[in-house]
Every structure is written in C-alpha cells, then in structure tokens.
Ligand binder design. Structure first.
Ligand code: NAD
Ligand code: UDP
Length: 315
C-alpha cells in the first residue's frame, strides 16, 4: 500500500468517513477543506494521527502537493447548500476539477471524481444505467450542481484522452449516515431530526417521488475499490438499488425513532427528480461491489448519531 492520498472535501460527511478508512488501511491522508459544509468535529479524532494532515484551502484556488492518489469530493451536496451561492458551486466543481486534474497530470497521481446521480437529472430511463446521457435542465435552480458535475466529468475524460491522466469516476446516489449536518436540508437528516424533536415531518409534494439510499460505509467501500481498480475509468454507479417513496421513508423513520411526529406537506422544489434508482450491474462486474446495509439497518446508527448530537446541544 503506502499511498499518499489527497481528499478534497475531507472534513465533510462522506469525506470524513473516507479519511478514516484510508488511515485504517495504513495510508497517508491529506485532508483539504474550506469548511463551507464540513466541520472540524468530523475529523477532530484524526488530528493526532501521524499519517493525517489537515489543509484549510479552497479548491477554486490553485495548489501543489506531492500525492499519488486524489479523491475529489469538495462540493456542497445538499440542494439547500449548493443553491446558497450557485456561482460558487459552479466554480468549485469546474475550477476544483481543473486543479485536481492539473495536479494529477503533474505528479502522475490517480484521481477519482465524486460525481452524482444528478448527472441523470429527472431521468426518463429507469433504473439509471451509466450509458444513459441524462435529462437535465441546463438553466434551473439545480443546474449549478448538475451541470457543474457534468462539466467535471467532461474535464476528467478530456484530461484522460488528451494527457493520459489516470482517472476514475463514480456516480454516487443518495448517501446517508452519521455526520450529516443537522441543518443539512437533505431528506434523511431532515426526517430523523424532525422525528427526534417531535416536529412535523416535512414531505415535499405528495411524497410519491422515489430515491435510493446508500449507507455511507457501503459507499466508501465502493469508492476505495474503484480507486484500487486498474484499467477502469468508469463512470460507474455506486448506490443502493432499494427504492423508496418519501412517504415510505418518513414512516420508517417515525417507526424506528418511536416518534409521535405527524406528516406535513410543503411545495415540491422546482425540478425535483421524480424517481431515482441505480443499476449497479457494472459495479458488481468490475469491482465485485454491492451494498450490504439495508435502509432500516443503516437508519439505526444514523438515528443514534442524531439522538446523541441533539441531546448534547440541548444539555
Ligand atoms: P458535504 O457537504 O458534507 O461535503 C462536502 C465537503 O466539501 C465539505 O466538507 C465542504 O466544506 C467542502 N467544500 C465545499 N466547497 C469547497 C471548496 N470550494 N474548497 C474546499 N472544500 C470545499 O457533502 P457530502 O455528502 O459529504 O458529499 C461529498 C461529495 O460527494 C460531493 O462532491 C458531493 O457532490 C458528492 N455526492 C454526495 C452525495 C450524497 O448523497 N451525499 C450524492 C452524490 C454525490
Ligand atoms: N424532501 C422532502 N422533505 C425534506 C427534504 C427533502 O420530502 O424535508 C424530498 C425532496 O423533495 C426530494 C427527496 O426528498 O424529492 C430527496 O431530497 P434531498 O434533498 O435529500 O436529495 P436530492 O433531491 O438531491 O436527491
């Protein structure tokens, strides 16, 4: 092993779990973050480890580091946060990709892009396969994220074809678990926090829209397998094919938390995709990967995390 990894967005939700797993494998980790949605608390327990370093830096600004593997995760992932400053979201995606690719080219590092199921937009192919080009609104409120991620994929392939950069692209479907932010705005954290506080569960629209939820440990396993895999650029879907409506998710959360919260309906956000489920045959074939943790199994540690966090903040 002995790899030296750069993880951009390393103090965020997924990034902090990835840093932990890489360190557990005996590798070195340079965690780069500007702390927009990341938190020092997520990586505080890693700061004393000799193979871990934290760099406060914004990926829209150039940087030079000696590493042989780069995981590019820097980008807010929740619609609430990526729409807060949409121009910055596009800059983070596009300039961040240019900077990690330029670095990979210079130091001959392998570079993995955390892409997203959002490249499929509101899909008219179901479940989504990697060969599907997507159905994306180029000028809507989600475009800064969706199109930013699509440009990043284009840049990755152009650096690969033009400069021989060793790229990997994974398309991540909705992922959840401990260390999501309380005010993240994404559906799993919203529902769990609302249920634990006994507040109404906010269903956007009629709640019939679907998502497929992957527990973070399964995702990180897929991510590392992709980085370890020789001669396969992807893109490859990484997600859990279990598909749930938001009403089903709300009822599962209410049951598992034992909450007395009731459902309340709010307007559906513009361009909210109607359904989403990954076809993961390619990940199975190329990486021998499939998720192991069901939604109910993954919700338990997630609920325990938020229960603990909320009891600390009210103490
Ligand atoms: P997150 O918001 O918790 O993490 C993103 C991290 O990037 C944060 O630590 C944030 O501070 C950092 N960041 C943002 N802009 C930056 C900048 N300009 N410079 C340096 N750091 C910056 O979100 P997450 O869920 O952990 O997502 C991580 C990656 O995975 C993102 O690229 C996201 O698009 C992708 N992804 C996540 C999901 C999901 O369901 N969680 C789904 C698809 C794709
Ligand atoms: N959603 C909801 N209530 C909430 C937050 C989200 O019903 O409090 C819905 C949202 O409209 C979407 C789904 O849950 O249909 C997933 O939303 P999220 O923001 O988690 O992710 P994304 O839309 O990017 O998949």
């Amino acid at each position: 092993m002995g790899h030296i990894n750069l993880v951009t967005g390393g103090s965020g939700f997924i990034g902090s779990h990835l840093c932990e797993r890489l360190l557990a494998r005996g590798e070195e980790v340079l965690c780069m973050d500007n702390f927009f949605t990341g938190r020092k608390e997520n990586i505080a327990h890693l700061l004393g480890q000799p193979r871990f370093e934290l760099v406060r830096h914004d990926v829209t600004q150039p940087f030079m580091l000696e590493v042989d593997r780069i995981y590019n995760l820097a980008c807010p992932a929740s619609p609430v946060h990526y729409q807060y400053n949409p121009v910055k979201t596009i800059k983070t995606n596009v300039m961040g990709a240019l900077h990690v690719l330029g670095l990979a080219k210079r130091v001959h590092a392998r570079v993995l892009q955390a892409s997203t199921s959002e490249v499929y937009g509101d899909p008219d192919v179901h479940p989504q396969v990697e060969s599907y080009w997507g159905h994306v609104n180029p000028i809507g409120p989600r475009s800064c994220y969706d199109e930013g991620k699509r440009v990043a994929e284009a840049l990755f392939f152009d650096y690969h074809r033009q400069n021989g950069v060793d790229i990997r692209i994974i398309r991540i479907f909705n992922t959840y678990g401990p260390r999501m932010l309380v005010n993240d705005g994404r559906v799993v954290s919203n529902f769990v926090v609302q249920a634990l506080r006994g507040e109404p569960i906010t269903i956007y629209g009629d709640g019939a829209q679907t998502r497929s939820f992957c527990y973070v440990d399964d995702l990180v396993e897929g991510m590392i397998r992709m980085m370890d895999c020789d001669d396969f650029t992807g893109p490859v879907n990484i997600g859990n094919p279990g598909e749930f409506t938001m009403l089903e998710l709300a009822n599962a959360v209410i049951e598992l938390t034992g909450s007395s919260s009731k459902l309340t309906h709010h307007a559906l956000p513009e361009n909210d995709p109607t359904r989403r489920r990954p076809d993961i045959s390619l990940a199975g074939e190329k990486l021998g990967w499939s998720p192991k943790i069901s939604l109910r199994e993954g919700l338990s540690p997630t609920i325990a995390y938020f229960r603990d966090l909320l009891s600390q903040s009210s103490a």
